[in-house]
Design a protein around this ligand. Sequence first.
Ligand SMILES: [Zn+2]
Length: 241
Amino acid sequence: MTLPLLCTVIRHVDKQEAYDTAIAENPDNAGKKSSGERGRRATATFHKHWASHRLLRISFTDNPTAELRNAIEHVIWQWDQYVNLLIEFSPVNDGDIRISTNTSRNASSIGTDALLFRTMSKPTMYIAVKPADEGFEAMVLHEFGHALGLLHEHLHPESKIPWNKEKVYEDYGRALNVSRDEIHQNFFATYPPASVRRTPYDTTSIMHYMVQKEFTDGEFEIAQNTTLSELDKELISSMYP
Ligand SMILES: [Zn+2]
């Protein structure tokens, strides 16, 4: 059995800094505090959306071939019609979102977390898939969804995936070469029910992992999603109206 290509989210340890950066970019990211929360911050539930109508510049930290660069850009443009951002590709590496293609991983930071990297030489996104790979378009759509602030859909509070957790820890830990905690955060750490979401759980989302039977109770599975779902379009449009 071959494991499907999966993405891991680039996480930042300093939640307060991530919160402050998100609010400085877009005050609406603060969201609403639930009745039980006190104090000025609600770091479990804040958003990481870019400011509306902002210029969002994208560049590459390495020198992909024109073919690869064009293929990635072509896929990213699919998001453009649903967001009120001005997306622009820069010929030099000075983007808000900086993509490395000389890599073995597929990963991205979430929305405004990209601003936490400080130095331009640091990628905020990694794209290992190549245009000839099955799943190229799906992976690039997925990674750029993260860059726009979307989270993993299989971590939606209403998802009830009967994972075979030990097998996931073992097989994916090895395949992705990441720690047990990284596996936990990417596969199992569902968001708190109080987190502010506008759409119901969507198994057809581009932000959902493919789930193979071998990693569940043997019955449950979710196929590889390859296009933006209707709810993906609805959610991103509500984030950037
Ligand atoms: Zn992902």
